[in-house]
Design a protein around this ligand. Sequence first.
Ligand code: IVH
Length: 681
Amino acid sequence: METTPDSVAILYQQLKDELNQHNHRYYVLDDPSVPDSEYDRQLRKLSEIEGRYEGLITDDSPSQRVGGIALESFSQIKHAVPMLSLDNAFNDVELQEFERKVKDRLNYSTSDKSQQIEYACEPKLDGAAVSLLYKKGSLVYGATRGDGSVGEDITANVRTIKSVPLKLQGDNIPELLEVRGEIYLPRAGFDRLNAAAISAGEKTFVNPRNAAAGSLRQLDSKITASRPLEMCAYSVGQYKSDIKPETHKGMLEALGGWGFKINPFVEALAGIAACEDYYQRMVEQRDQLPYDIDGIVYKVNSLKLQNRLGFVAKAPRWAIARKFPAQEEMTRLLDVEFQVGRTGAITPVARLEPVFVGGVTVSNATLHNRDEIDRLGLRIGDMVIIRRAGDVIPQIAKVVVEKRPLEARLIEFPIRCPVCQSSVQRAEGEAVARCSGGLFCGAQIKEAIKHFASRKAMDIDGLGDKLVELLVDKSVIFSVADLYELQPTQLVDLERMAEKSATNLIAAIDASKETTLAKFLYALGVREVGEATAQTLANNFGSMEPITQASVEVLLEIDDVGPIVAKHIVNFFRNPDNLSIISALREAGVHWPDIDLSSQASQPLRGQTWVITGGMETISRAEAKDRLQDLGAKVASSVSAKTTQVVAGPGAGSKLSKALALEIAVMDEAQFVVFLADQTY
Ligand code: IVH
């Protein structure tokens, strides 16, 4: 083998250190220091050196995170310090009971307020426990919990997880350090994994915890490497070091300094009442977190007191898990109904025996489409597992086949629309079945009118969903154009409508006549044309006529318009019913200013992409967005290399960091307001 010149060895070490630093900033601190392109460039340079001088490659090289040769089986690892589990408290009384026992054992007074116990409060991550052993700062092995005394050697798999340091950083690195923590799959990664499984026709995971545990138990570490797992440290097993933190929180801070990810919500609080308050605060945040948590862990913060308290059987006396309401529950599928949407899409909806899950009572769940029903193997009468995590709508995660009753029935998908009886069609390659009734279908008419009246479309105040349904059911209106012919007397004749509300509604309908081209286009409800596409069309064509006449080829020339949207736009404007509705609306007085395309001055931001992040104090976000769009800019929700300018208000977070890392121009709110004022012609 070629010998390596010293200069290459030095460069190699520098590159490794730098890449490990970038990894740490990106995966542990969520705060990237360089753009992805720079990281990739350095990684390529590293691979080049490694390709040429194989003898240099070390285990802590960032190139060694991709997974290696598949194993035959896992070997066992005996835990020098047992991996304990936690006792649970399901309510405040059980938590207070825990504190009473702690105080009793420590001979603390239960009434004297000066004798408060301090607790480290932290979210209980819902993943799989792991033990990582480091000797002189290098990762030696990773092991599962197993039965608490013997686990499986999953070193090859943990090495692929980017937030697991391969080599510790910082000062005072311990001689021996065994870190305990949770390996978990953030919700976004879980959704991606399941979406990929669905399109490959494979089984999906019930929840992120099962997906994380399953990913860790792969004999082929390349599979683990493909799963976006993360690792967060929460305690220490074996430990030999000159650094001796006095508290659990202090120990976590030391771990953070050595390169581990530590949960940002850890707080040290005195007394159990403050802990209950922490629980309430976390319950409120739970849905917004990017990962699942199933409770709060309270740990006596002083390590000395932890030692005095010791263990019982398999759990420490100094810690307890206060569990949240479950995010998964079992219930019975009572029936499946079929709903018809604005575009005729027929969505099966599960009617369930009501069940309390994820903090709310759930009695319906969407089943998406026919494939989903087939994939789940669902029958009416089945016991099913309902999952409601985050803000998302409840899902049926699994059928409990063992509990299937004898009378369970197959689900029949309708061949006729349940509302208008037109035939149901499913286009080739599409998962969604649709009613072919178009505007003959009462359900589609109702949904089209609701969309037309909605805030971001024609913004008709007072025309809520229930009222639209009533107006269509009573045959008062048949299309959006009929709204502008409505008379107060027709409204007053309807149930529940007082004269004052009727006059207000007519006034709101009248006011909606003055609109913008983009809002009108969006209100029409062309398939796949959302707010942003409507704005792009308006900016590019300036007025309605050329849009109604544009061919697929012309539409495809516009940035952000793909072949599917282009086809929907052309189909929509070829339909004479749609054209006659548009002319009826214009005859009724709906109008908007055309955009003068010849004057570049009116669109100085054309071709630019702006991102607004953080709060705004002097201007509403909606208004800021409108103004930017009027000036021709596209307003996007995430920062990328394509972003032209970021407006960062107070409280801006990761989008601002990303913009700075990508060296994208940033202005604050005050600068933005001045900028807008300068644009007034
Ligand atoms: S401390 C001796 N802290 O919950 C202390 N555990 O039900 C043992 N878990 O097996 C654990 N987040 O996998 C601790 N912040 C946290 C945790 C946590 C999740 C898991 C851990 C453990 C299980 C116990």
